[in-house]
Design a protein around this ligand. Structure first.
Ligand code: ADP
Ligand code: MG
Length: 696
């Protein structure tokens, strides 16, 4: 049994991971996956377990770590937007009380009435923010999670009150609450930018039934159904247009800003927007198999793959917090034994130390940094499937490019047809029939050049040999259609022609060749130049022959070219490059997935073209370029570098400030105010620093 729960209000990536791992350890639950972007926990349990029990278990686990989060089963309750109104009112009222008390304290002459009023105001201000923190802390303690930020803050502030430092106690709580609010806002902002992509997800479909059109969820539509899409609406499912014609905006899927005209018989993809006419579509895929849906799942699960830095920080926090508490106790108790039992001073220093040492800034800002980076990348049409890959992109030392469909458009034009003993039309027809079931760019182009319908009944025994071509029987004639390798393998003599050439043999005899030409993509040369300028080695790998490969390489300024490769040769070269560079450097392979999906898998960072690419490639890739544009790599590099830099800054800054203030605190130089800055101030600065990634 699989259950999906919405954890409404979940903002802390670190707690999300704690919840997930604890759920998975629970005896009722077999697996648990957390989708932080969707605030969704998916658990699997034995069918014998009742749903009520699972819900109860999940609630218990969630409440333990995040008492403010509401849990409900997906679909049971509309997901209300998490608002900040309550928090803001709380902060403003607490702040007003605080300011009033502070002004009274520092302007009016001492009188016992005034000082009592001041204390009451500080305590009220303290309670407004502090009660929620106390509740969370107690729940944590009940559930044996003693050391979290809430407990640290509670101990420190209660200690301050005992020492008659009401101002400091109120300040600690107020600023801590402000910090938490900023964290919430920051996480939601990044989440929104990731889900701006998700907005391309269609919500409803108009399905044709016996009683006319009805509105249903796209998930419910079976393959082969007829749906209707009105102008202005989003196409909910992949399919073929049955009737009507229109222009569609596919920019959300392909980045192509110009609308595309489509009519009867044309394919149309879910997520594109119908601009002008009413159309009906016969669906060809279930909703969950549509490209949009797959893409979205990829991004949504991206956050689960952790970088080493993130893992380090969560382990660090686990040991760090108890150590800090212990240190605070030691500071409070040991020195007074030697310095004349001045406990008040040393307890205060211990408390200050406690506040300073709260690990929030690190625990929040490191995952948030990567989260924001992934968000930024997806807003540019780059899907990075995990923060570990985002971190690795900047370390790339070698980029291996596939040629056809990656650096070139993959839309070949037939430039000449040279038949032997038959008409040009006949030769092209054999080629088109042989290529009828291949999805290789060459095949698509040959079929387009032929332009007529293909009578499938004439084709029997058709098979594709990766990196070589096609073997088929057409109307009883054995047809070979492919490159020189295919001909050589079958002992067929053929002339050597320069460029990308399709050789055709009928019944074991050479029957002619078709020359085709492909052009580089608009930004390929620029992308190659950018990579080379930043010190990356650029290599082109292709299954095409040497003359065609050299021509493209020259146009693009690539010096290292390997041609005539079979898919396994490409993998081998990738592995060789990997073994040549040091551990820290990474090898990236960029391909369209046609004849190179295994290579994408064997590179450190496999990049696939999302638009033209094969589904299998998009699945195995670590990073998908949705707009099929090599220049997107430039963006990916920039975002990766920037993310790594910001995360590093945050770690150094947070640890540095804390260390300095800790020392000052122990020496009695830093006040509680400095401690509050070292904690909340540093968190907020780190959060804002992370959010710089999201800026345009
Ligand atoms: P690239 O590495 O440039 O993307 P591929 O590995 O996909 O190229 O293909 C290598 C070569 O194999 C092509 O240039 C072509 O000569 C031949 N080939 C592969 N598939 C086919 C096909 N379906 N029809 C004809 N030739 C093919
Ligand atoms: Mg290719």
């Amino acid at each position: 049994m699989k259950k999906r729960y919405i954890l409404d209000g979940l903002d802390c990536a670190n707690c999300a991971e704690k919840i997930r791992s604890e759920a998975e350890k629970h005896k009722l639950i077999t697996t648990a996956t957390m989708n932080f972007v969707k605030q969704e926990l998916i658990v699997e349990a034995d069918d014998k377990v009742s749903s009520a029990d699972i819900l109860k278990t999940v609630c218990e686990i969630v409440k333990k770590h995040e008492p403010d989060v509401n849990v409900f089963e997906k679909g049971n309750k509309p997901q209300n937007k998490t608002g900040y109104k309550g928090e803001i009112i709380k902060i403003i009222s607490s702040a007003l009380l605080f300011i009033t008390a502070f002004t009274l304290e520092h302007t009016l002459a001492d009188s016992s009435v005034i000082s009592t009023a001041v204390i009451i105001l500080y305590i009220l201000s303290y309670l407004i923010c502090g009660i929620a923190v106390a509740v969370t802390a107690f729940k944590g303690i009940i559930n044996k999670s003693f050391f979290n930020e809430n407990t640290l803050m509670l101990i420190a502030s209660i200690g301050a009150i005992i020492l008659d430092e009401y101002e400091e106690a109120a300040a600690v709580m107020l600023f801590y609450t402000v910090g938490e609010l900023f964290q919430s806002i920051a996480v939601n902002k990044s989440r929104k930018s990731i889900s701006s992509l998700i907005e391309t997800k269609p919500e409803t479909a108009e399905l044709l039934t016996d009683s006319g059109y009805i509105t249903v969820a796209p998930e419910e539509v079976e393959i082969g159904s007829i749906i209707r899409v009105k102008p202005g609406e989003k196409v909910p499912l992949d399919g073929i247009i049955e009737s009507g014609s229109t222009s569609v905006d596919t920019s959300a899927l392909t980045g192509e800003s110009l609308p595309r005209d489509v009519g009867e018989g044309d394919e149309i993809s879910a997520g594109s927007i119908n601009i002008s006419g009413l159309i009906t579509i016969r669906t060809t895929r279930r909703f969950e198999d549509s490209t949009v849906c797959k893409m979205l799942e990829l991004v949504e699960s991206a956050v689960e793959k952790k970088t080493k830095t993130e893992n380090f920080i969560s382990v660090f926090a686990k040991y760090y917090t108890p150590i800090v508490v212990l240190a605070a106790v030691v500071i409070s108790l040991i020195p007074p034994l030697f310095t004349g039992f001045d406990f008040a001073t040393w307890v205060q220093r211990g408390l200050i130390f406690l506040v300073i040492s709260c690990p929030c800034a690190l625990v929040i800002s490191v995952p948030l940094g990567y989260f924001a980076g992934i968000g930024k990348a997806s807003s540019k049409g780059i899907l990075v499937k995990g923060s570990n890959y985002l971190e690795a992109i900047a370390k790339t030392k070698v980029v291996l490019f596939d040629k056809t469909g990656t650096l070139t458009k993959g839309r070949f034009e037939v430039t000449s047809i040279d038949p032997v003993g038959m008409s040009k039309e006949e030769l092209l027809k054999y080629a088109a029939y042989a290529e009828s079931s291949s999805n290789h760019p060459i095949a698509v182009s040959v079929r387009n050049a032929y332009g007529e319908a293909i009578d499938e009944s004439q084709i029997s025994g058709c098979s594709e040999i990766a990196g070589k071509g096609i073997k088929a029987v057409i109307s009883g004639v054995a047809v070979l259609c492919g490159n020189r390798k295919l001909m050589a393998e079958n002992n067929i003599d053929c002339p050597d022609v320069n460029g990308t050439v399709l050789y055709i043999a009928l019944d074991g005899k050479f029957a002619g060749s078709i020359e085709i030409a492909d052009t580089p993509k608009e930004h390929s040369a620029e992308a190659v130049k950018m990579l080379k300028n930043s010190g990356v080695k650029v290599v082109m790998l292709t299954g095409d022959n040497n003359s065609a490969a050299q021509k493209t390489a020259k146009e693009l300024g690539i010096n290292d070219v390997f041609s005539g490769l079979l898919p396994e040769d490409k993998s081998e070269i990738t592995l060789r490059e990997k073994s040549k560079i040091s551990d820290k450097g990474k090898v990236m392979f960029v391909g369209d997935g046609i004849n190179d999906a295994p290579v994408i898998a064997s590179a450190d960072i496999g990049v696939a073209m999302g638009g033209a690419g094969a589904d299998s490639a998009i699945e195995t890739a670590d990073c998908v370029l949705m707009y099929d544009d090599p220049m997107q790599l430039a963006d990916a590099f920039t975002i990766s570098k920037k993310t790594n830099r910001i995360v590093k800054q945050n770690i150094v800054f947070a640890l540095g400030v804390k260390l300095i203030v800790q020392v000052l605190g122990v020496l009695g130089i830093a006040s509680m105010w400095a401690a509050v800055f070292a904690d909340v101030g540093v968190s907020i600065i780190a959060i804002f620093n992370s959010l710089r990634l999201m800026r345009k």
